[in-house]
Design a protein around this ligand. Structure first.
Ligand code: CP3
Length: 343
């Protein structure tokens, strides 16, 4: 690990090896994390800056990853906006009351991140102090669509029925909601950079649920605004979503420096469509981390082959680390990528 490898790759500069980090690199697959979770709920971990900093550092200590990602959750901003948030074991996040009408949207508060999410900003400062410039820290937020979908559905969804119903049936309420989330998210990301985050990632995990025309009309303008606000801070900005191959060009046009690619599309084809003027991040299938070593090795080689040794590849998964992943495989992949790409 060298301090600049990841940040240089974001800017498509030459690096001594391909940088590696893993989305959801802190979490239940790590014994150190499970030990802390015995004492704290997920929300308590987020709310206690020392605990959040500790979890952020766990994968940095355990593996030679080239970036740390702040331990927090994309759903935290819904609380200062006025919704309640709980995590129900086995069911995932639960938000109430779901936003369904223009009146519901009007009640949501556009909060100041220093007041509403000061504990996240404090965790950023603590992590930066502990990392001493050795590993860069990534801050993040949920993108307007993915956040809106949780706020409208009240939790995870298979068909995004209520979200799409508002988008098409009450476009005025939809636009008011997206505008409010856009404002809050832009300010939140800027505050994270100000507190010390050295790169910012916008997670639009479920945007791939939309058609290209719906993405272009109802989502793209808002993501573009958030990315613009994030870019103004001067740090590199990463934009991630899954299932974007049908609107990859629109997704690129939202304006991030680094485009996250999931495993469904070959990285060579994705990068060609995105254009070599942008950096790309991805795209090992997370389930491959659970394969026997020979198959895992082959899958990692395949991703690197498709990246073609170009400047601006950040090795990552196509989505987050899954719960049953052996931590040793995460370490092995990190070492292989560094070894095989060293120059
Ligand atoms: O990547 C990291 O290591 C940083 C931490 C991080 C978390 N959530 C911690 C967390 C990040 C970047 C997120 C982002 C996030 N949260 C996303 C976008 C990324 C993605 O995976 O698509 C989404 C959709 C969420 C919402 C969310 N939070 C879900 C669906 C869940 C799972 C609920 C469950 O019961 O499994 C969470 C909880 C959560 N956030 C966990 C972690 C480590 C699991 C926590 C636990 O139970 O200990």
């Amino acid at each position: 690990m060298t301090a600049m490898r990841f940040l240089d790759a974001c800017r498509r500069k030459k690096t001594d090896a391909t940088p590696v980090w893993f989305m959801r690199q802190a979490g239940r697959y790590m014994p150190e994390y499970r030990a802390l979770r015995k004492k704290y709920s997920i929300l308590e971990l987020c709310e206690h800056p020392e605990a959040a900093a500790e979890v952020t550092l766990q994968p940095v200590r355990a593996f030679e990853v080239d970036a740390a990602i702040l331990f927090a959750d994309i759903l935290l901003p819904v609380r200062p906006m006025g919704m309640s948030l709980t995590f129900v074991k086995g069911e995932g996040p639960c938000l109430s009351k779901p936003i369904r009408t223009a009146q519901d949207v009007a009640r949501l508060r556009a909060f100041n991140p220093k007041e509403g999410l000061g504990y996240v900003l404090e965790a950023v400062r603590l992590v930066r102090a502990e990392l001493e410039g050795k590993t860069p820290l990534i801050g993040f937020a949920g993108a307007p669509f993915t956040l809106a979908s949780y706020m409208i559905e009240g939790g995870p969804s298979k068909d995004y029925r209520n979200t799409k119903a508002m988008m098409h049936g009450n476009p005025k309420a939809w636009r008011a909601l997206m505008q409010k989330i856009t404002q809050v998210t832009g300010a939140y990301l800027s505050a994270q950079a100000e507190a010390g985050a050295q790169a910012l990632q916008l997670f639009d995990s479920w945007a791939g649920q939309l058609s290209k025309s719906d993405y272009d009309a109802f989502v793209l303008p808002y993501s573009r605004k958030v990315l613009k606000a994030a870019s103004k801070t001067g740090v590199p900005v990463i934009h991630f979503a899954t299932g974007t191959s049908h609107f990859l060009e629109s997704f690129r046009d939202a304006g991030a420096d680094v485009i996250g690619v999931d495993w469904r599309l070959g990285l060579d084809e994705a990068w060609k469509r995105i254009g070599y003027g942008r950096a790309v991040q991805g795209n090992l299938d997370p389930i491959h981390l659970q394969l026997p070593r020979p198959q895992l090795k082959k899958a990692v080689r395949e991703v690197l082959k498709r990246a073609g040794g170009r400047r601006g590849h950040i090795f990552n998964l196509g989505h987050g680390v899954l719960t049953h992943t052996p931590p040793d495989n995460v370490r092995a992949v990190t070492e292989w990528v560094h070894e095989w790409t060293a120059n």
